[in-house]
Design a protein around this ligand. Sequence first.
Ligand SMILES: Nc1ncnc2c1ncn2[C@@H]1O[C@H](COP(=O)(O)OP(=O)(O)O)[C@@H](O)[C@H]1O
Ligand SMILES: Cc1ncsc1CCOP(=O)(O)O
Ligand SMILES: [Mg+2]
Length: 243
Amino acid sequence: MQNLPRHAGTLLMRIRENAPRVHCLTNAVVKELTADGLTAIGAIPSMTENADEMPDFMDVSKALLVNLGTLDPARTEAIKTAVSLMAAAQKPFIIDPVKVEISESRLALAHTLCAQRPAAIRGNAAEIAALAPSAPSAALVTTGADDTIRWGGKSITVHNGDPLMGYVTGTGCLSGGVIAAFLTVEEDRMIAAACAMLVMGVAAEIARPQARGPGTFRAALLDALYSLDTETLIQHGRISQNG
Ligand SMILES: Nc1ncnc2c1ncn2[C@@H]1O[C@H](COP(=O)(O)OP(=O)(O)O)[C@@H](O)[C@H]1O
Ligand SMILES: Cc1ncsc1CCOP(=O)(O)O
Ligand SMILES: [Mg+2]
């Protein structure tokens, strides 16, 4: 795409206008940051993990985030129900396969979920490597110092971000939620994921000068997500593309 930062700004405005509901089945450590970050960009998060409530909540959700950290039997049940409902309704869901390279049961669940065709998978290099072969149609988002989105033989790398993100638990997990929100306003899953990562990375750079360390950075990141605009994305965005 010619002008990805400008497009990211347009999509961010669309999220603020539409206020899409994004359901998050995520790990216990990052629930608050994920809900706060989604709210800051203008989406409406819901977080219940009661499998019985999934039909009602999936009905009103435009996208679903599934994060496999701190997995327990109740959330596993909710995840299976929610993913089946979203797949049947042809609504997007994203998987964050936290530590699947360590846990055999998580890997098995992730493989089952991949068969239902997630729009995207977000993880670090080891997590993505473990799942890439079983999700051929998903946009693969590998985060780290740079974030690379791969899909259909093409790739986009977002160079924005700040090392302080690595000192706040859940910035990677939040990026999965932000991708889910962008999937509600952009049909091209690769562009949606790249714009979401650009928003996260530029927000981190705007937050950095306001922060004295991880604690104040966390608050400043939420402030930056809330106030980010197209001009700032154009000014700060650094991306490269292949294919
Ligand atoms: N050194 C860095 N420089 C810039 N951004 C970083 C750096 N390390 C991590 N990030 C960003 O922090 C977020 C968390 O990424 P990462 O640490 O890869 O996730 P996880 O917590 O799942 O392992 C990502 O959005 C990534 O872009
Ligand atoms: C996101 C995150 N970062 C450190 S622990 C944690 C939650 C993941 O939980 P688990 O250790 O069960 O994978
Ligand atoms: Mg980065």
